[in-house]
Design a protein around this ligand. Structure first.
Ligand SMILES: *Cc1c(COP(=O)(O)O)cnc(C)c1O
Length: 380
């Protein structure tokens, strides 16, 4: 609790601190490359033959995904708090890379916890993290994957809290993390409001994003949630897309809403894939970033209030969206983002041509090319 209280105080102070905000926005511009474009996907739209589709290009952010928005914000905050060391957990390695990047940028030591299984599967990202000057620590216990890495990182943090800041990678865990990560990611939606008004003179009808922990979704949705509360003539509808894996019936998926129930895990109460005794179940998704047993706690809250709707896309649907966007637009999306695109492929043809959909293209697919080749039985 003292660590969490200290962090909450520091973050609330930084939010109001002009110097901090100035430095953050300077680095968002010159280092991350913000604002990322809002791109009208003309050929993807024509192919589907319905609503106009815009892509928010987080894939063009430095390191290739939205995760840097949060990692950079927290690295700056840690520096401001006088910490000298960053730690983080990573599954696929994306958040590890983003955190190691943030640490290198502001000049902090960095240690990344990663399960043995993930280290084996993600050799390239492990090397990348080491190149960035961080240490990768193997977690050989439990299922040897992301949830075990989170446990180890939390343990390290409680032991070394005086010198160390824990950079949680999504809107998950104990307060203030879900709130703080959402704040750092909300730049996505703030830019999008401006950009869509400039392009179309109005707000969109739909926002669609994939949901792992849920940070790129809340990052895009948050500015619009506030607009929906105000004097709009219509509501912007928001859809979060979870990983349906091999289908809900197969049990091999990560759809917490479709297949889970409420539980308490790793510092928050949320939806969780668990057995009848509350043991956390194994998950599966072709997209490593969506492959997690729980979801950030603000999502069940917003679902209950009927503000956001949730659905899922299967591995197969995501893979076909991955190929379709590549062919029609020359943009290879991350497999995570391809889940959001799969929902667009179902929805857009049913809507008239005046409707507008914005999809969060949370990351680029270069990291996934080898895996997709393997699935298609192609030797590289
Ligand atoms: C990590 C990741 C996600 C899932 O995380 P959220 O917190 O749900 O955004 C989605 N897309 C990409 C490209 C990622 O790297």
């Amino acid at each position: 609790m003292p660590a969490l209280s200290e962090l909450e105080d520091a973050f609330l102070k930084a939010k109001k601190d002009r110097e901090f905000q100035k430095e953050l926005s300077y680095l968002q511009r010159t280092y991350i490359g913000r604002p990322t474009p809002l791109y009208f996907a003309k050929r993807f739209t024509e192919y589907l033959g319905g609503a106009k589709i815009y892509l928010k290009r987080e894939d063009l952010a430095h390191t290739g995904a939205h995760k840097i928005n949060n990692a950079l914000g927290q690295a700056l905050l840690a520096k401001k708090m006088g910490k000298r060391r960053l730690i983080a957990e990573t599954g696929a390695g994306q958040h590890g890379v983003a955190t190691a990047t943030g640490a290198a940028l502001v000049g902090l030591e960095c240690e990344i916890y990663m399960g043995t299984e993930d280290i084996k599967r993600q050799a390239l990202n492990v090397f990348r993290i080491r190149l960035l000057g961080a240490k990768v620590t193997e977690v050989p216990i439990g299922s040897r994957t992301l949830k075990d890495a989170i446990n180890e990182a939390l343990r390290d943090w409680t032991t070394n809290v005086r010198t160390t800041h824990y950079v949680l990678g999504t809107v998950f865990g104990p307060h203030p993390f879900p709130f703080m990560v959402r704040e750092f990611q909300s730049i996505i939606g703030k830019e999008t409001v401006r950009q869509i008004i400039e392009a179309e003179g109005r707000l969109p009808d739909y926002l669609i994003a994939c949901v792992g922990g849920g940070s790129n979704a809340l990052g895009l949705f948050y500015a619009f949630l506030n607009l929906n509360k105000s004097r709009l003539p219509y509501q912007v509808r928001m859809i979060g897309v979870e990983a349906g894996g091999e289908g809900i019936e197969s049990g091999r998926h990560a759809s917490r809403f479709a297949g889970g129930s409420i539980g308490v895990f790793q510092g928050c109460k949320s939806y969780l894939l668990q057995d009848i005794d509350g043991n956390v179940l194994g998950t599966h998704s072709v997209a490593a970033g969506l492959d997690y047993a729980s979801i950030g706690p603000e999502h069940p809250y917003l679902r209950e209030k009927d503000v956001i709707q949730y659905t899922y896309a299967t591995d197969e649907e995501a893979l076909s969206a991955f190929e379709l966007l590549s062919k029609t637009e020359g943009i290879i999306p991350a497999l995570e983002s391809a889940h959001a695109l799969a929902e667009v492929m179902k929805l857009a043809p049913k809507l008239s041509k005046e409707k507008i959909i914005i999809v969060n293209l949370s990351g680029r697919g270069d990291k996934d090319v080898q895996q997709v080749a393997r699935i298609k039985g192609i030797e590289l």
